[in-house]
Write a protein that binds this ligand. Sequence first.
Ligand SMILES: [Fe+2]
Length: 377
Amino acid sequence: MDLKQRSRPDEWAAVPHAAPSLTGERRPRVLVVDDEPNIRSILLRALGGGGYELSEAPDGESALAIIEAGGVDVVLSDLLMPGMSGTELLSLAKSRDDALGFIILTGVGTMEDAIRALRLQADDYLLKPFNLDEVLLSVERALRHRRLVLENRYYQEHLEGRVAEQAQQIESLFADALFTIAGAVEARDGYTGGHIERVTRYAVATGRAMGVNADTLRQLWVAGLLHDVGKVAIPDQILGKPGRLSQEEYGIMQRHPTIGANILERSSFLRPAIDGVLHHHERWDGTGYPQRLRGEEISLVGRILAVADAYDAIVTTRPYRKKSPSEAAVAELRRCAGTQFDPEVVEAFLRALRDGLPEAADPYLVPGRGWGVAAVA
Ligand SMILES: [Fe+2]
């Protein structure tokens, strides 16, 4: 084979630009390590026709310094050298770059040396006097192996990131769709608008007044926005009925927390808020719905939402009654503390009310503009 005619392996051109330290822009770099200058020069001459960028080192220490500086793809190293041996260099070099190609060349190798080198993941072990074609084939094999390792690693890392990103986008789209549905439900429910947003703000303010952690704040946020999303399945004639509901109609209405929880179940993103949605009509004395839970059997998020929801319902005009002033709502919450509501939650809500409930809508609460998870943490 005429070494001067030899070109780079075709596959080399296909190395992805993004793969670290093996870009298609630069030539593969080969480092020749041997204490004998004439061996180095034979090898460098042979490799010179292969399109590689070449470096040389007379011993292991200086070779390691070149490897640590980065950019070396394959090392061709003598086994026996003064100072650091070829296998010591192999071990240290692999600890710096585990995908580094490494070929051991030796004139005095024993079987033990060969086994040790291969155990340390040398790509090849060639005996002197070596055939230059064999050396070149070995270098190409080592480069191909390195390229595959780096490509696999690169695609694995980037694919995982991409899949996670897409999963998050899907979750986010699902959440946005639900917020839109929740907004539509609010309109059907006879509120003039802003109820779910106000309930969410009141609930978050109450949670803050109670000193809850970031996870619970997040749940308050999501459960607040989606607490009545299950009403999407409640017929208009029940949802918008101006008068009192019949027993049967009330039974249908009482399904909405369970329906809402089932909707949230479909998203791992929203699932932590399920209890809040499911429990927002439970009562502290155990006479609520749908599960007739009592006291602290009801999730804290559910207990907080119950208070926030009731307060807003009282101060807002509904199809079946006019709104009442805030003082009347406060009196009603106090009257029902210990029966309908958790007394501690009522106290925290009243503290938040005294301190001034947030007036402006938090931009993170607006559907379609993100749902505030990051903003809470
Ligand atoms: Fe509700």
